[in-house]
Design a protein around this ligand. Structure first.
Ligand SMILES: Nc1ncnc2c1ncn2[C@@H]1O[C@H](COP(=O)(O)OP(=O)(O)OP(=O)(O)O)[C@@H](O)[C@H]1O
Length: 332
């Protein structure tokens, strides 16, 4: 089942591991995914970031052929989904909503069972692959333990091990650190990095900005079913508006001078403790604002006593809050 119009269209963008066009999913009247155009570069670690209920899992389920789109197109590894599901799925490892394990079987026995069900997996190497997958997720010591005695974090790791049983071109991980303690979270991050270093594209959803910042090269931001931003982490950082912070006792004069320079200050917060009557004036810097040294010169020239002055790029968090109107949980 190769060739045809599907492959021809996909060949237009062979650099993408996942590509969607106007992908839409409705549940009755509810629009869960609102016409999104995802572009996941091959070789990237793509963080699919968004608050709970923003449509991440639904998108992933449609990508993997677990749910049908209401409209739009999905291509995974250059092929049409769900049309080419049988060709695509053996090349994709997925951890979505935790696979069902038999509680009365050991972790290793569960992996054996699942691997046997995969007709693309060579039986001769099964035992070695199961061992290696358990080692990679740090479960070698619990290989023979029954899954009913596993903690939530251990089950999550076992789910990851399933995705690692065979080499894959693309790994799709839905909230892989859910249920893991900080140590487990670090290990998953390291695992994702080592997989990416080996050339696997990793698509990982998360509601934790800090997590995405630490392990991803690219990010797509979902908000209420819409993809509100997408690109490399660097691009998104650059797109954030810089902010000026000025510590001065001459607030009114500072605001006037800033306005003259085209910079509109935010409302001033109370004076910081011990700042000797000075207050912090902050302002977003428009794209064509004068250079910081010009602003300082203007302020000094207008008689403003400048006790502190910084210009800092917006943090990714500020950028995302601006995009989604919501805060993200920040992993500590
Ligand atoms: N099977 C379903 N039937 C009806 N509504 C659904 C169904 N699955 C998801 N939804 C709704 O679609 C919206 C998107 O849900 P989805 O699970 O994709 O979000 P999410 O970003 O993955 O959130 P979470 O991190 O909480 O899983 C939600 O409002 C949800 O209630």
């Amino acid at each position: 089942m190769s060739g045809g119009p599907t492959s021809a269209a996909a060949a237009d963008r062979p650099e993408l591991a996942v590509e969607t066009h106007h992908l839409t999913k409705r549940f009755g009247h509810q629009l869960a995914v609102a016409g999104i155009d995802l572009a996941v570069p091959r070789g990237s670690v793509f963080g699919f970031l968004g608050p709970n209920g923003s449509g991440k899992t639904t998108t992933i389920r449609v990508m993997l052929g677990l749910a049908r789109a209401t409209g739009g197109e999905v291509r995974v590894l250059g092929r049409d989904m769900p049309h080419d599901l049988r060709q695509v799925l053996p090349r994709v490892g997925a951890l979505v909503e935790g696979p069902a394990f038999y509680p009365f079987l050991s972790g290793a026995a569960n992996l054996h069972r699942l691997d046997t069900a995969n007709r693309h997996a060579p039986g001769a190497t099964r035992a070695a692959r199961v061992r290696a997958a358990l080692e990679r997720v740090g479960l070698a010591h619990a290989a023979e333990k029954k899954v009913r005695a596993y903690s939530l974090g251990m089950k999550q790791r076992l789910g990851l091990a399933v995705a690692l049983l065979c080499p894959r071109e693309l790994l799709v991980l839905d909230e892989p650190t859910n249920g893991l303690d900080p140590q487990g979270t670090r290990e998953v991050r390291a695992l994702v990095s080592s997989l990416a270093a080996g050339g696997t594209t990793v698509f990982v959803s998360s509601h934790l900005l800090a997590e995405v910042e630490q392990m991803c090269t690219h990010v797509g931001v979902m908000s209420a079913g819409a993809l509100v931003a997408q690109g490399s982490l660097e691009d998104l950082r650059r797109a954030g508006q810089a902010r000026l912070r000025l510590l001065t006792p001459d607030v009114a004069a500072a605001r006037r001078e800033l306005a003259r320079l085209g910079v509109v200050a935010d409302d001033v917060l109370g004076p910081p403790p011990g700042a000797d009557g000075a207050a912090m004036v902050t302002a977003p810097l428009p794209e064509h604002a004068p250079a910081p040294e010009t602003i300082v010169a203007g302020l000094v020239g207008a008689g403003v006593r400048v006790r502190g002055f910084t210009v800092a790029a917006a943090s990714l968090e500020e950028r995302f809050v601006a995009l989604t109107g919501e805060g993200f949980d920040v992993a500590r």
